[in-house]
Structures are given as structure tokens and as C-alpha cells.
Design a protein around this ligand. Structure first.
Ligand SMILES: [Fe+2]
Length: 274
């Protein structure tokens, strides 16, 4: 016969299991980041960027539809996805439907993560490349806006499997102009000397999922990266510029989250005023 205390402990334990497996992984949060950029051109003041990462899509469930609705309600200037779009080999049609459902003023840009290169998923890369999203693989692109204004997006191929090549991605890139660097993992800041990033105004990445399980006062239990621990999520300064590490939408390898809700980052750029 169980005591009252034992019954309460079992109930609490079951509630905890239900919460980490079924509730929190679906509690998508829209997180606003107002980022003040030195020398930001006037025409980019208030530019809105939706940054997504690590969706690990297998099917289009309630969570993915919720993301599509939230993003389309914002109707941002740009949408960027920093890798791990696909969750497994059966996810390709859902990935394409997801991408095709998103709306923004100037387009949808992204880079590949390690999931895109896992054995069987590799065969779907062409389908993603030929879809609505522009995938940058160690290359850059000039984004043309009305009135002959422009800025640059630079994309590194997956750094987790060592496919990144910063030298190649920046070849021919002008010194002037606003630049956003997309990469799957924050590990690039360990791999390259920090001054290599001075020419970028903003670096966006994901991969580490904020650790997925975070404890109050302690933070994430596990971080799949060799970076200093502070680079597990959020906005950080590297010398002159910022890096934003998105907590991701999906989960991997365990389908759990605790104190680490899935995140849609909404970045609003503003000028530094003295
Ligand atoms: Fe990843």
C-alpha cells in the first residue's frame, strides 16, 4: 500500500514527464531582440528579421502550423534559417511545405546544418536548394532593396562536419555595406580568430538548442559544442559586433525541453544614437 507522500511523488513525476515530453517542446515563444548597430544605414533602421533554427521537421504538426501563423502575422522583411531544417528522411515534403508557407518582403535565406548532411537526408539537399529558400554554401549574396539600396548576407556551409570556409564565403565581398553572417553553429567563433568577424555586423546561428534542459541558477545541463559555456543561447558581443544563438524550434536527440522553450527570434535593427 502506497503512502500519501509516495502517491504525490508519483503524480508529480508523471506531470514532470508529460511536461518535458509533450508540453514544453510545443510552447513556441516569440522572442524579440532589439539590436543596436553602429553605423547602421538609415534605410535599415527598423529592419525586421525572423530568425529560425533547428526545426528538425518530420511532419507538419500543430507546432509547425503555429510557427507559420506567427511568422506570417509578423510579415518580416527577411526570414533566415540557420540549418537543421529536416528531422529525418521522411521529412522532406513537410520541409518544402513549411518553407513555401512562409511570407516575407525580401525573401527567405538559409544555410545547412549537420542534419541536412546526415547520411540519407543528404539526398534531399537538391530539393531544398531548388525550393523557395536561397541556401548559401560558403557564398554571399547582395540583397537589393528599392532605391538602389542594398546589404549582404553571407552563409557558411555546415561547420559541425567541417564544411565551412569563411575565406571562400567572403571572397569578393566589399569592405563597406551592412553584412549578416549565417552559420549553423557558434563553434566558428572558436575555430577562427575573432578579428575575422569584424567585417560582419551581425552573426546568426543555432545548433545548440539552448541545451534543451536548463536548470534554474545552473543553466543548460549539456551543450553540444566546444564553445565557452556562455554561447549556449541569446545575444552576445564579439569585439565590435553581435552573435545571436537561437534556441531552435525542434528537439534532438531527445524530444524533451525544460526551461528552454522553442524560439522564434524576431530581430529589429536600430541605429546607435549618441
Ligand atoms: Fe545541428
Amino acid at each position: 500500500m502506497l503512502t500519501i507522500t509516495q502517491i504525490i511523488i508519483i503524480i508529480l513525476y508523471l506531470c514532470f514527464v508529460v511536461y518535458i515530453f509533450l508540453i514544453e517542446p510545443n510552447l513556441v515563444k516569440v522572442k524579440d531582440y532589439k539590436i543596436r548597430i553602429r553605423n547602421l544605414p538609415d534605410f535599415l533602421n527598423n529592419l525586421t528579421i525572423v530568425h529560425l533554427s533547428d526545426l528538425h521537421i518530420v511532419n507538419l504538426n500543430k507546432k509547425e502550423h503555429l510557427c507559420i501563423n506567427k511568422i506570417n502575422q509578423i510579415y518580416p522583411d527577411l526570414i533566415v534559417i540557420t540549418g537543421d531544417l529536416i528531422g529525418n528522411v521522411h521529412g522532406i515534403n513537410s520541409v518544402l511545405t513549411f518553407i513555401n508557407s512562409l511570407k516575407s518582403r525580401y525573401g527567405l535565406f538559409g544555410v545547412f546544418g549537420n542534419e541536412e548532411y546526415q547520411s540519407l537526408y543528404y539526398h534531399h539537399l537538391e530539393e531544398i536548394i531548388n525550393s523557395k529558400i536561397t541556401i548559401l554554401k560558403n557564398s554571399h549574396l547582395k540583397i537589393n532593396l528599392p532605391n538602389n539600396k542594398n546589404f549582404f548576407i553571407i552563409g557558411l556551409d555546415d561547420p559541425v562536419f567541417g564544411r565551412d570556409d569563411l575565406e571562400r564565403a567572403t571572397q569578393g565581398l566589399p569592405k563597406n555595406g551592412f553584412k549578416i553572417l549565417l552559420t549553423h553553429s557558434p563553434e566558428i567563433i572558436k575555430k577562427y580568430p575573432k578579428d575575422k568577424f569584424d567585417n560582419f555586423d551581425l552573426i546568426l546561428c543555432g545548433h545548440v538548442h539552448g541545451g534543451q534542459v536548463r536548470l534554474p541558477l545552473i543553466g543548460p545541463l549539456l551543450i553540444p559544442s566546444h564553445c565557452p559555456r556562455k554561447y549556449n543561447s541569446g545575444l552576445h558581443k564579439i569585439r565590435k559586433n553581435y552573435i545571436l544563438i537561437n534556441r531552435g524550434i525542434g528537439t534532438c536527440p531527445l524530444t524533451i525541453r525544460f526551461f528552454c522553450r522553442p524560439e522564434i527570434s524576431v530581430i529589429r535593427l536600430s541605429q546607435v544614437t549618441k
